[in-house]
Design a protein around this ligand. Structure first.
Ligand SMILES: [Zn+2]
Length: 317
C-alpha cells in the first residue's frame, strides 16, 4: 500500500528529511549536513541511501511510498524536473534530478525551488492561511519570494519565478552579488552582503563597536549588527536602516506589480524583529499612498516548514 511519503528540504548547509504517514503526520525525521563536494548524481545517491535507511528503520520499502517531494535552493526547470544551477551547492547543476531519483527508487518524485515550497507550506498551514494571493519572503543570507496566486504557486515560464532578491535597484553600483550583478536588492538587504557594506565603511574610516564585538572587521555577522544597534552604535543603526529601506522598496515594488496584499516574512533576519520590521513597515507606508490594507506577517511554521512544503508538492492539483 502506497500510504507513506517523504518531504525533503535541501539547504546549503543541511538536508532535512520527513517521513509522513497516511494521516499526514511526520513519523520520522533525519538531518544530515549537505556535502558541497558532491556533483548531482552522487548528491542524489546519498539522498536515495538516506531514504533507504529511513524506510528500513520504519519496516517499510519503496513500494509503500506514494511519492517524494524535494525543495532545493536551485534554479529548476520545473516541468522537466531538471536543476539548472544551485547557488550554494555549486556542483549540482544541469542535472535531471527528478528522473534520476525516480528511476533509482521506482517512486514518483517532484522537485521545486525552496522558496516555492516555503510559500506552499505557509499558505496552506501557516501565516498565509485564508489569503487567496500571498507572497512568502525568506530574508536571510538570501532574499527571494514565493508567489501564491489564486491559491496556487506561480512558477513562471521556466520555473524560477520569485528570484526577486536579484531585481536591480542600483545597477552597476555597490556590492557584487552571486547573481553576477552589482546593485540587486539582495546586495543591499541580505545578512552576508550588508556586512560587506559595513566593512567598506570601516575601511573608509567609520568607527564602530562591532569591530570589538566581533574581534575583527572580517568577523562581523548579523548578530553583531543587532547587538551593536541595541547599544546605539551609529554604523550598526545605519546598516539596519539601509536594510529596512531597501526591503521596504522591494516589498513596495512587488505590491505595485502584483497588488498582492499579504507578505509573509521568514528566514534568519526575522530574528531582528521590530528593530528591522518596524522601519520596513514605516518606509513601506511612506511610499504607499492609499488606505487599502497590506498585511505583513511572520512565518508561523517552525523548523518543519521546509519538509512540509516539499511534501505538499505531491498534493498539487
Ligand atoms: Zn543578486
Amino acid at each position: 500500500m502506497k500510504r507513506y511519503y517523504f518531504g525533503i528540504d535541501v539547504g546549503g548547509t543541511k538536508i532535512a528529511y520527513g517521513l509522513f504517514n497516511e494521516k499526514n503526520e511526520i513519523i520520522d525525521r533525519h538531518r544530515v549536513p549537505s556535502d558541497k563536494s558532491l556533483p548531482g548524481p552522487l548528491f542524489f545517491d546519498s539522498i536515495a541511501s538516506d531514504i533507504g535507511m529511513m524506510l528500513q528503520r520504519n519496516s517499510l520499502t519503496a513500494a509503500d511510498l506514494s511519492g517524494i517531494g524535494i525543495g532545493m535552493p536551485s534554479y529548476i526547470l520545473f516541468d522537466e524536473g531538471k536543476i539548472l544551477m544551485t547557488t550554494n551547492l555549486t556542483r549540482i547543476k544541469d542535472f535531471a534530478a527528478r528522473d534520476y531519483l525516480a528511476g533509482k527508487l521506482g517512486v514518483r518524485v517532484v522537485i521545486d525551488n525552496d522558496s516555492h515550497t516555503g510559500a506552499i507550506a505557509e499558505h496552506r498551514f501557516g501565516a498565509g492561511r485564508g489569503f487567496k494571493h500571498m507572497i512568502y519572503c525568506p530574508v536571510s543570507t538570501g532574499t527571494s519570494a514565493g508567489i501564491i496566486i489564486n491559491d496556487h504557486i506561480f512558477r513562471g515560464s521556466y520555473g524560477f519565478s520569485g528570484e526577486a532578491g536579484h531585481m536591480l535597484i542600483t545597477p552597476d553600483e555597490g556590492v557584487l552579488c552571486g547573481c553576477e550583478n552589482k546593485g540587486c536588492f539582495m546586495s543591499h538587504t541580505s545578512g552576508s552582503m550588508i556586512v560587506r557594506h559595513i566593512r567598506q565603511r570601516i575601511i573608509a574610516g567609520d568607527q564602530t563597536i562591532m569591530v570589538e564585538l566581533a574581534g575583527a572587521p572580517e568577523k562581523i555577522t548579523a548578530k553583531h549588527i543587532e547587538d551593536a544597534a541595541k547599544m546605539g552604535d551609529a554604523l550598526a543603526c545605519w546598516a539596519i536602516d539601509h536594510m529596512a529601506k531597501y526591503l521596504a522598496v522591494w516589498v513596495y515594488n512587488m505590491y505595485s506589480l502584483l497588488n498582492i496584499n499579504c507578505f509573509v516574512f521568514g528566514g534568519g533576519l526575522t530574528k531582528f524583529g521590530g528593530m528591522l520590521f518596524d522601519p520596513i513597515r514605516s518606509y513601506f507606508d511612506s511610499y504607499n499612498h492609499n488606505d487599502m490594507p497590506v498585511y505583513f506577517k511572520f512565518a508561523e511554521l517552525g523548523d518543519d516548514f521546509g519538509i512540509i512544503g516539499a511534501a505538499q508538492l505531491l498534493f498539487e492539483d
